[in-house]
Design a binder for this molecule. Structure first.
Ligand SMILES: [Ca+2]
Ligand SMILES: [Ca+2]
Ligand SMILES: [Ca+2]
Length: 496
């Protein structure tokens, strides 16, 4: 990019003040114009071989060749590097006011245009012009070219290469955030392609989780252009704060100093601090929300690794590993998995979890539990097929057992007479001697015995009882009475 020429009016010696643009010198200086016209005429009329106007001469005072800018605070502004280029122009055969100046920068960049890139000139001295521009450039390698044109055919250019580098070397460390490995080999890469690294400034320090002070760590270095590759050996201590810091400066003086990486050493698997069901508990219903909560010492539970296995035969065989829903809160991983069981089923669950460092599988011990089972009938009265006469009081009793030692209530129903009564047991088995009686209607009854363990299980047994009509009175009995009396009288006669 080339800045348009800007000529600023004369001022006092070495004062860098912007002034209004000067008018063409021909208009203001008739004498000089006449002289130039005469000279031109002489060239045209007289001699084609007469010397052409000699080009101005440019001396770039700043920056000097290979200058690196940007390392000092004064050379940085708002994220850019300030390039304050100063030149001195002399011209032996042209009034200096006629000399115009321009500049260009390679590579170009869009942010260069604007007020700050206007050329300031000082023409207070009749034999020389001092000019400068202020450029704000990003980091990079540049070539600045100044061009002076004396309007008489003499044009000259001067170029200077410089580097803008306002950034410290870039440091990258190949260090994991968490590890299970106590002795780590760490690769360090330091880069500064612009102004190269001053290898003598590199200092690596390490502080383990078990220490409160920093210690210098020797680094094996391989020096490359604009780059240093290093290797250090670290001996970690269990904990969160194994820290590495590094200081280094580039050849321009930009320095990096500070923490570059922290690594957690974790060698313990997660632990389970809560689970449901409790070991050896008896659960009601058919669906159980199996839950567990895991904690970890340093790196934290890897939620994606929390799994469980379920056994439905008391821990003899287990399912495949199942993926529960996992929610992590406050460093604790909460897992839950809904599973259906049958009544009375002996069950077991075992969990596993890894931490983020890969320690695991964590808790694997099974937790045994049982599903609440149905009660079952042991004995009952009256027995199947027994008949009773109409109007007779029928005694009812039942004994139940329950695998969970639940109380069992036994209720009796008739399909003819409805609810008959109940016996309620003490623990485990209803005592046989607890009974009630009921007069049933004539006919064949379907009797239901319903056992309820008060834990959701009602079992029903059905059998039949028949109530018979009473037979008519047997009058032959009454005919026998006089015969018996006669026999008894005869007995007495013989004995006496
Ligand atoms: Ca640098
Ligand atoms: Ca751990
Ligand atoms: Ca039960």
């Amino acid at each position: 990019m080339t800045s348009p020429m800007v000529l600023w009016g004369r001022t006092g010696a070495f004062e860098w003040q912007p002034m209004r643009r000067a008018r063409p010198t021909f208009a203001r200086r008739p004498a000089a114009a006449a002289l130039l016209l005469l000279a031109a005429g002489a060239v045209i009329v007289g001699c084609a071989a007469a010397a052409q106007a000699q080009a101005p001469s440019i001396e770039i005072v700043f920056p000097v060749p290979a200058h690196i800018l940007g390392a000092s605070l004064g050379e940085r502004y708002n994220g850019s590097v300030v390039v304050n280029s100063l030149v001195r122009v002399t011209d032996i055969d042209t009034p200096l006011d006629n000399v115009s100046l321009s500049w260009s920068l390679t590579p170009d960049f869009p942010s260069l245009a604007g007020q700050n890139t206007v050329i300031e000139t000082n023409r207070s001295n009749a034999s020389e012009i001092w000019a400068r521009i202020i450029l704000f450039v990003p980091d990079g390698a540049y070539t600045l070219t100044w061009t002076a044109d004396d309007a008489g055919g003499g044009v000259t250019s001067q170029a200077v290469s410089f580097t803008a580098d306002s950034h410290a070397p870039y440091v990258s460390v190949d260090l994991p955030a968490v590890t299970r490995v106590q002795n780590l080999t760490v690769y360090i890469d330091i880069q500064d392609p612009l102004s190269d690294i001053n290898a003598s400034t590199i200092v690596v320090q390490f502080r383990s989780s078990c220490s409160s002070s920093w210690a210098v760590v020797p680094m094996q270095s391989t020096l490359l252009p604009g780059r240093v590759s290093g290797v250090v050996e670290l001996h970690l201590c269990a904990g969160l704060s194994n820290s590495l810091q590094l200081s280094v400066a580039d050849r321009a003086g930009n320095a990096h100093y500070g923490l570059v990486a922290t690594v957690t050493l974790d060698q313990q698997a997660p632990t389970m601090n809560h689970s449901f069901p409790w070991p050896f508990s008896i659960l009601e219903g058919n669906s159980v929300n199996l839950t567990a909560a895991f904690a970890d010492d340093y790196s934290g539970v890897d939620a994606s690794t929390v799994q469980l296995q379920v056994s439905k035969n008391g821990g003899v065989t287990y399912s495949d590993w199942l993926d529960p829903e996992v929610r992590v809160q406050g460093g604790i991983a909460y897992a839950s998995y809904a599973q259906t069981f049958s009544p009375g089923q002996a069950a077991a669950v075992r969990w596993r979890a890894f931490d983020k460092a890969g320690n695991g599988p964590g808790p694997m011990q099974p937790i045994h539990f049982q599903m609440n089972g149905e009660p079952f009938l042991i004995s009952y009265e009256p027995v199947e097929g027994k008949t009773f006469l109409e109007g007779q009081r029928v005694p009812f009793a039942a004994s139940f057992a329950d695998p969970d030692a639940d109380f069992v209530n036994a209720e009796f129903y008739s399909d003819i007479d409805g609810y008959l009564g109940s016996v309620s047991g003490f623990h485990n088995i209803t005592p046989v001697n607890e009974r009630f009686t009921h007069v049933l209607s004539l006919g064949v009854h379907n009797i239901s015995i319903v056992g309820d363990d008060n834990h959701g299980h009602r079992v029903t047994y059905v059998y039949q009882l028949e109530i018979l009509p009473r037979p008519p009175p047997d009058y032959r009995f009454f005919l026998l009475i006089p015969m018996l009396l006669a026999l008894m009288a005869a007995d007495r006669l013989i004995l006496s």
